[in-house]
Write a protein of this length. Structure first.
Length: 254
């Protein structure tokens, strides 16, 4: 008896043993569940629209982000009812996570409502109009007792991060550093490093790395003064001591 090869069924990738029985569906396709006996059939089909994960093509397990199951059809994914909802995977009418800049609210009785409301200005995440995470470049406004008010304000000038307290900088931009008071304590403000200074990350008045062609001025005891001055003539690098050249210009030597 002559055995011939026949093409697999529609949307079937492999059917090695029997062309009528598919063993693997094409990519992005799944088997259709037999509604009579609840077992896997041999037909392949696309899963429901907006479905991320499925056991069977006609039975979605997880909807795409921004979509949830309908009330009466667990195999159908519908866009979240709240337009500001990011995740409603269990049911499209019940939001589980709001989009950035929105948060859940409470009713007058203090009960949680799965509804998304715009956060206060300059806020990424909030709950009931109380900010829990400020946007980049902003920090929490605190009251006179140091407690968060749930509001956000811009960081001080030349400040990268003030997330804990909007009035107090935790990290200045490169080329800037903390302003310190007479006792050496941070004031929470930033100012530019001294002239010809590249890095003054600890104190704006004390340089720890000078710009190219400049080096630190050293006192009579050999300690750095935190001030930068020009390297000797024909010298490229004199970082540790502006009087002692480390690397000469091309065509010159130590």
């Amino acid at each position: 008896m002559k055995i011939q090869c026949a093409p697999c069924g529609k949307n079937c990738k492999y059917c090695n043993l029997n062309y009528l029985v598919c063993s693997t569906c094409e990519d992005d396709y799944g088997f259709v569940k037999n509604e009579t006996n609840g077992e896997k059939g041999s037909d392949c089909s696309l899963p429901p629209e907006n479905c991320d994960y499925w056991d069977y093509a006609n039975e979605c397990r997880r909807c795409t982000e921004g979509y949830g199951f309908s009330n009466d059809h667990k195999d159908k994914c519908i866009k979240c009812k709240d337009p500001n909802c990011k995740k409603c995977s269990n049911e499209y009418t019940e939001c589980e996570e709001c989009i950035s800049g929105y948060g859940f609210v409470e009713d007058q009785a203090g009960e949680y409502i799965a509804k998304c409301q715009k956060c206060p200005d300059n806020c990424n995440e909030c709950f009931d109009n109380y900010c829990t995470e400020c946007k980049y470049g902003y920090g929490f406004v605190r009251d006179k007792d140091g407690r968060k008010t749930g509001k956000c304000e811009r960081c001080p000038d030349n400040c990268i991060d003030c997330s804990y307290n909007s009035a107090y900088c935790d990290n200045c931009y490169r080329g800037y550093s903390f302003v310190r008071d007479k006792d050496g304590k941070r004031t929470g403000k930033c100012e530019a490093c001294a002239k010809n200074c590249e890095d003054c990350s600890y104190d704006s008045k004390i340089c720890i790395k000078c710009k190219y062609g400049y080096g630190l001025v050293v006192d009579k005891n050999g300690s750095s003064t935190g001030v930068c001055d020009k390297c000797p003539d024909n010298c490229d690098y004199c970082y540790d001591n502006n009087k002692e050249c480390s690397v000469c210009e091309i065509t010159y030597g130590l």
